[in-house]
Ligand binder design. Structure first.
Ligand SMILES: [Cu+2]
Length: 251
């Protein structure tokens, strides 16, 4: 008599917990979080949360302490090899006192998603500076849901990806200018302040706590060409004073 009872109990289980079963079936969503730490003594801080559900990515970036009222390019970066991480001051290979975009790339890789406020989110919009948050009062409150751009395997690679917010004010004068950190490594006619990273945080699955990141791969340098392509618009949007002649390589 015991056996039929056991079978009946087993059959009853899905009926007893229909809500849980439904939640599991619906919960294809994976959430990743990052604490954003200051780079280049930006004085900024923040958090990021990225949720993948099907092919939809919802990204939230909350930050404060950024240079106010200036465009801040922000991206998901991913290194082709190794796990993405954030550079330390040791990454300042040219010893100018700043970790510039190229020096950071070996750690966090190239752009895979541009966290724009509207329109295209592919790496093509890496410096679409009129579509990035301008941080009124130094704060960014960004939230957007969009389709994962082609070429980024979010389900596989988000856990090794890094959130980077760019744009610093090294000389604290309220704008991007050459006096702060010299010329950009991407284009010498641009201030490095406009392109240097200000915040960085490696994503890890929510609930697992802060997983220390590895050293990352050596890729991402190729991304510089992309950054260069959009570099002209960052200056235009930011009202940057350009006193080098514009180079023919500048888009
Ligand atoms: Cu970036």
């Amino acid at each position: 008599m015991r056996k039929p009872m056991a079978v009946a109990a087993a059959l009853a289980l899905p009926v007893l917990f229909p809500a849980a079963a439904l939640a599991d079936a619906h919960d294809g969503a994976e959430t990743y979080v990052a604490q954003l730490g200051a780079l280049n003594s930006s004085g900024a801080s923040g958090t990021a949360e990225v949720t993948l559900e099907g092919d939809q990515l919802t990204v939230m970036v909350t930050a404060s302490g950024l240079l106010a009222d200036q465009p801040h390019a922000q991206h998901i970066h991913y290194p082709e090899e190794g796990e993405g991480s954030c550079p330390t001051g040791d990454a300042d290979e040219d010893g100018d006192g700043f970790v510039n975009t190229s020096e950071g790339a070996p750690f966090y890789g190239g752009i895979v998603v541009s966290l724009t406020t509207e329109g295209d989110v592919t790496p093509d919009s890496g410096l679409a500076i009129d579509r990035f948050p301008t941080a009124p009062g130094g704060e960014v409150m960004y939230e957007r849901t969009f389709t994962v751009p082609e070429g980024f395997d979010a389900a596989e690679d988000l856990t090794e990806s890094v959130i980077v917010v760019h744009g610093i004010d090294a000389n604290d004068n309220g704008e991007y200018d050459m006096d702060g950190a010299g010329a950009s490594d991407l284009d010498e006619s641009l201030p490095a302040e406009a392109t240097n990273p200000a915040l960085c945080g490696a994503l890890s699955p929510a609930g697992e706590g802060g997983v220390p990141s590895g050293l990352g791969g050596s890729n991402g340098i190729e991304n510089s060409a992309l950054m260069l392509a959009g570099a002209g618009s960052i200056a235009a949007a930011a009202g940057v004073v350009l006193y080098s002649r514009r180079r023919s390589t500048q888009a």
